[in-house]
Unconditional design. Structure first.
Length: 503
């Protein structure tokens, strides 16, 4: 029987209202292609109901004590830890990634919950005394109100947890619009928050498409919007939310490069390239999709990558033997395949062609194999576009300088990496490369929770990165208070405060 995923408004599941324009969309199991779930698509009225619930809750949550907020988040953290496998199973069933990848996603989300549990330190203000005679100046940070998260399909638990724990800990209330392709993980998080004692309306979930998103972007009671997704949508989110006087952070797409110098450990580089390019079927914004080989190492590096890639076991995400699962939808699978099918005509050498791959017994699943393209021109579509699938491009350059120039010419600036044994080269690279996150012999440089995540150029629209200190600053606004108090010895005649009078 097909299950139904409803919205979560005011602390409970809420279906589409009778007579409203809300409809339902299908959710498929990527391993079989079968529709397993229908998800409610919110109408404008249902979005308004979620925002209203969040606004009502903010009246008390925004003035609640830090001790109360963090105590609830500590309980949520314990529940999240206890339900890791349940959440991972939901992710695998709707996204398709293998169970170990899904567990890793939950673990990275838990890092940010840990950070939110200790938010009291980050929310401390500053004080300067005696800036003038009996004048003090203090700086404090206060919550914004109702904030919104719009999150992608590739990390249906982790990316929401990059947002709402910090937002809630700072005293805001939250409306989440997760991807309609894999909505169940978000609902499980809502249930666990309620079980932890979060008051009704502090966290809400609405599902849907452009109707729901556009209403959230224009709603007068929404103070801020966080987004993770593709660059075109990120640009639209940023432009529209800013035009409606909202604070916005919109993280876009990527084309992450890995520069491999001639002195690098090629086995380590090949291992890193395979895991970073093909892990989670390449459906992640921090995937390495372009390896830049410097000098004469290209042939040997490609051979080692191919040797490893050919051994990757592809199958259903709930099969413990599987190392890579299917893509999220058949349409996305076909789009990814088109880059490989057209690669040779655009000048690339197709070393591995993963198109046409199927898994026995699951022929209707959204399968694609691993593809490896060598000597890819910078003019090729496979290089220029964010493919978001298991396709790795290898480019050849003669020098370090040529490699850095190639990377910096990309319109994206999300993450990058260098593989080398030379500390001086690594130091130059981390200073000269134009990207927000840099790895040195680390292929996917996603920062730990207490540092912030975000790119440069077309990979980020807005002034704040996500989580870490930037996350706290994004979900709060500063206020500076200047105070002057008369000395108690100058109290009016007849008022005795127990201080000696000045003579």
């Amino acid at each position: 029987m097909t299950k139904t995923v409803d919205h979560w408004i005011g602390g409970k599941p809420v279906g589409n209202a009778a007579g409203a324009s809300g409809t339902y969309g299908p959710v498929t199991d990527p391993a079989t292609g079968a529709v397993t779930t229908r998800v409610a698509f919110a109408s404008v009225e249902e979005v308004d109901a979620a925002v209203a619930a969040a606004k009502d809750a903010y009246a008390t949550w925004g003035t609640s004590s830090l001790a109360r907020r963090t105590s609830i988040l500590f309980k949520f953290r314990a529940l999240l830890d206890a339900h890791r496998d349940d959440i991972a199973a939901l992710i695998t069933a709707e996204h398709g990634k293998v169970h170990s990848d899904a567990l890793g996603e939950v673990a990275r989300g838990l890092e940010i919950v840990d950070l939110a549990c200790g938010i009291t330190v980050q929310l401390k203000g500053e004080l300067s005394t005696e800036v003038a005679s009996r004048v003090d100046v203090s700086s404090i940070r206060q919550s914004l109100g109702v904030v919104v998260g719009i999150t992608p399909f590739n990390f249906p638990a982790m990316v929401p947890m990059w947002m709402f724990p910090i937002a809630i800990a700072c005293g805001n209330t939250f409306v989440l619009k997760p991807s309609e392709k894999d909505p169940s993980a978000a609902m499980k998080l809502a249930e666990l928050l309620a079980e932890a004692g979060l008051p009704e309306g502090v966290f809400n979930v609405v599902h849907g498409d452009k109707v729901a998103v556009d209403r959230l972007l224009e709603h007068p009671d929404v103070a801020a919007v966080s987004f993770v997704g593709s660059t075109p949508i990120a640009r639209h989110i940023h432009t529209t939310a800013a035009a409606n006087h909202k604070r916005v952070q919109a993280l876009g797409g990527a084309k992450n490069h890995m520069l491999v110098l001639p002195d690098a450990d090629l086995d380590a580089a090949a291992d890193a390239a395979v895991s970073a390019a093909y892990g989670s079927a390449g459906e992640r914004c921090m995937a390495i999709s372009a390896v830049v080989a410097v000098g004469s190492i290209g042939d040997e590096l490609v051979a080692r990558i191919r040797e490893r890639a050919e051994k990757i076991k592809i199958g259903p995400g709930n099969d413990p033997a599987s190392e890579m699962g299917p893509l999220i939808t058949a349409a996305h699978r076909d789009k990814v395949a088109s880059y490989v099918s057209g690669a040779a005509a655009q000048g690339s050498e197709v070393v591995l062609d993963g198109t046409g791959y199927t898994v026995e017994g699951h022929e209707d699943g959204h399968w694609i194999g691993l593809s490896l393209l060598d000597r890819v021109p910078v003019t090729a579509d496979a290089y220029k576009d964010e493919i978001f699938g298991p396709v790795l491009c290898v480019l050849r350059v003669d020098t370090y300088e040529e490699g850095v120039a190639l990377i910096n010419a990309s319109p994206f600036g999300n993450g990058t990496a260098i593989f080398t044994r030379d500390g001086g080269a690594a130091r130059r690279f981390q200073l000269e490369v134009e990207a927000g996150m840099v790895g040195v012999n680390v292929p996917i440089p996603v920062p730990v929770g207490y540092h912030s995540f975000g790119g440069w150029k077309d990979s980020l629209f807005g002034d704040h990165h996500i989580y870490g200190n930037d996350g706290t600053h994004f979900y709060t606004r500063g206020k500076v208070v200047t105070t002057r108090w008369p000395d108690p010895s100058e109290a009016p005649t007849g008022v005795d405060l127990g201080f000696p009078r000045n003579h």
